[in-house]
Structures are given as structure tokens and as C-alpha cells.
Design a protein around this ligand. Structure first.
Ligand SMILES: [Mn+2]
Length: 363
């Protein structure tokens, strides 16, 4: 009796303070979106994040009536059940995102700023919300989400010169890079810790040049990408290229970044980068051609994957479905004007290694 009373009054005391939860994608966009918000509105919060593809995050929130949850850069559709639960309990939810959301719940506790057009990211939505008051970090977010044109336009408008813009670009790419990996063991640093380091810096250029954790991350990325370029094998198609990387933590980290680099370097082509998984198959990152930003999500959905029209992925593509994937990739991204349709009969068992020294020289 007495101990039950103690427990319930302790819980009541804990609940008497309104708590804040910050739930965010662990990539550059998620981290920089939150950082912009918290520079403007500092608050003690419980941080909930994970790897890039760890997006069912809202179910981890233990919140009660009156608590507040800020959600950044994770699909509402993939968190719908947990969101409905929180709203029903009387939790206030602020939701910023650019992924496919589906139907928006209508509830007075939900404040949603969701825009799924292909040329925005969550960092840019928060920039809009804050009227550009932490703009350099929005530029970092946009570079991280592979929106170079938008990032440069925003940076130019803010009077950031070319050299300083190049730093923001590398910063965005490195922060983004850190979120890739198929398990926490693949990661260089957990995104929650990385956010904590970022959150100590108001100035992104200072973070870039002074933070040792960032220096470590930057060196690891260079090493991983160099190794991915040296060891890749590929299938070349009129619509684009399918790249296979060897089985290593470096490959698993490099998969998405390599896909982004290829997309930027060959804007007319689509790209898929595959790494072996532990279940006799592959994990896949797909990028639509930069010049026609659509089709990646529908292609991946055919194989149980998801994402956005410009960038999407498949967690597990069984080895026996690689040929089907190759055909679907060719069909999804074939040039409509050219009308060339390619039926791929079989994937060669041993793919020819690409013989390049300069990784991005157009062929
Ligand atoms: Mn994003």
C-alpha cells in the first residue's frame, strides 16, 4: 500500500514537469534542422535518433499529456500509429518533414509543416519557419540532402562566398555520411552523440575547423569513398548504372554517399548502389537522374523499399531478385524521348571491374 503510494506520487511528480522530446533523423538534414531550431529556442530535451534508415522513431517516445515532441525528417506515414497514440494522450507534436506523409491526421495537438516537393529538405523547411535566422545550418542541411543547387542559391542570397560555401558543402556531406551503415557497429559515431557535438557550435565554420570528432569523421569518409571507388563492379545500362560494392563496413557506410556522388556527376543517369547483406541478398540505395527527379520511390516500392522520388532504398533485395531489379531499374529510368527499352536477360555471375583511376571521369 505504502510503496504503491510512493510509486504513484513519484510518477505524478515526474509528470508535473512538461518534458520535451526531440526526435530526428540522424543524417545531416535531421541534425541541422534540429540544431537551427534549438539555437533559436533552446530547451532541455530527450534526444531520440538513429541511423539514416532507422525511421520508426516515434514509438520510442514515452510522453504524457502536456509533454511536447518535435519531430524532424522522418516520414509521418511510417510513424503514424505512434503519432496517433501520442496525440490521443494529449501530447503536443510539432512535425517538420519532406518525406511521403500520406493522409495528415487532423488534431489540434499536431502542428505539421510538411512539404514533399523534391527540391526541399527538412532543414529548408525549418529555415522557412525561422525566417532564415540560422541560415548557414540550413545550407549545410541542403548540401547533406544532396540539394546542391538549392544550397548554393540560399548561400549566395545570404552573401556567403564561394570558399565558405565549399566548407558548408563538405560539412553537410560529412554529417550526412555518418548516418549511413546497416547497424550501429558500422557507424563512426552515433548520430545522437554527433548532434551533441554539433549543438556546441553556433558557427558551422568553427565546427568544421576546430572539432576533433569532425576531423575523425571527415578522414573516415575520405578513406571509405576511395576504397569504394577502387573496388566497385558495375552493370551499365542506357538509363544509368548499377554498382556493386564488396562486403565491408566501409562499403555499407559508403553506399549512399557514392550514390549521391554518382548522381551529381552524371545528372542524366540513374544510379543504384548495392552492398551484400547478411541474408544472402543486398541492401540498395537508388538515386533518380538529377535532371528528372522521379521514379526512385516507385522502383524501390516494387521490392519492399521506400523513400522519395529522388532518392530511395531497399533494405533487403534477395540475390535471386537482382535480375528482376535490374530490369525494373532499366524500365523505371528509361529515357522517354529515346524510347529505348532494355530487357536484361541475366546478370553476369562475375561482373567486370570498372577500370578507372579517376572515379568520376564521364565515359
Ligand atoms: Mn531529409
Amino acid at each position: 500500500m505504502g510503496s504503491a503510494f510512493f510509486v504513484s506520487s513519484a510518477i505524478a511528480a515526474m509528470r508535473s514537469a512538461i518534458r520535451q522530446f526531440d526526435v530526428f533523423n540522424g543524417d545531416a538534414d535531421g541534425i541541422c534542422a534540429l540544431h537551427q531550431l534549438r539555437l533559436e529556442h533552446p530547451v532541455q530535451a530527450t534526444l531520440i535518433t538513429g541511423r539514416k534508415r532507422e525511421i520508426a522513431l516515434l514509438e520510442r517516445v514515452q510522453a504524457y499529456a502536456g509533454d511536447r515532441v518535435t519531430v524532424l525528417d522522418i516520414s509521418l506515414d511510417r510513424n503514424r500509429v505512434a503519432l496517433d497514440d501520442l496525440l490521443r494522450k494529449g501530447v503536443i507534436v510539432d512535425y517538420f518533414d519532406h518525406h511521403q506523409a500520406g493522409r495528415l491526421p487532423v488534431h489540434p495537438g499536431l502542428h505539421a509543416l510538411i512539404d514533399t516537393t523534391p527540391d526541399v529538405c527538412t532543414g529548408l523547411l525549418v529555415d522557412r519557419f525561422l525566417c532564415g535566422r540560422q541560415r548557414p545550418w540550413a545550407v549545410v542541411a541542403a548540401f547533406g540532402d544532396n540539394l546542391g543547387d538549392q544550397a548554393r542559391a540560399l548561400g549566395d542570397a545570404a552573401g556567403i562566398d564561394t570558399a565558405r560555401l565549399a566548407v558548408l558543402q563538405e560539412l553537410g556531406e560529412c554529417l550526412n555520411y555518418n548516418a549511413y551503415g546497416d547497424s550501429d557497429e558500422d557507424l563512426i559515431i552515433h548520430p545522437r552523440l554527433l548532434y551533441e557535438y554539433v549543438s556546441r557550435y553556433r558557427d558551422p565554420w568553427k565546427f568544421f575547423s576546430c572539432e576533433p570528432v569532425f576531423a575523425r569523421l571527415r578522414a573516415a569518409r575520405r578513406h571509405d569513398l576511395a576504397s569504394a571507388h577502387q573496388n566497385q563492379e558495375c552493370i551499365e545500362l542506357p538509363a544509368g548504372e548499377i554498382v556493386l560494392l564488396p562486403d565491408s563496413a566501409a562499403s555499407r557506410r559508403a553506399r549512399g554517399a557514392l550514390a549521391n556522388q554518382l548522381a551529381t556527376t552524371f545528372p542524366d543517369k540513374a544510379h543504384a548502389v548495392l552492398t551484400p547483406d547478411r541474408q544472402d541478398g543486398y541492401t540498395v540505395s537508388v538515386r533518380a537522374p538529377k535532371n528528372r527527379l522521379h521514379g526512385a520511390d516507385t522502383l524501390c516500392a516494387l521490392f519492399g523499399g521506400s523513400g522519395r522520388p529522388a532518392a530511395a532504398g531497399i533494405d533487403h533485395l534477395p540475390r535471386i531478385r537482382v535480375t528482376a531489379f535490374t530490369e525494373a531499374f532499366a524500365a523505371a529510368f528509361q529515357n522517354r524521348q529515346g524510347g529505348i527499352s532494355v530487357a536484361v536477360k541475366a546478370v553476369p555471375r562475375s561482373l567486370p571491374a570498372r577500370n578507372t583511376v579517376q572515379p568520376f571521369k564521364p565515359s
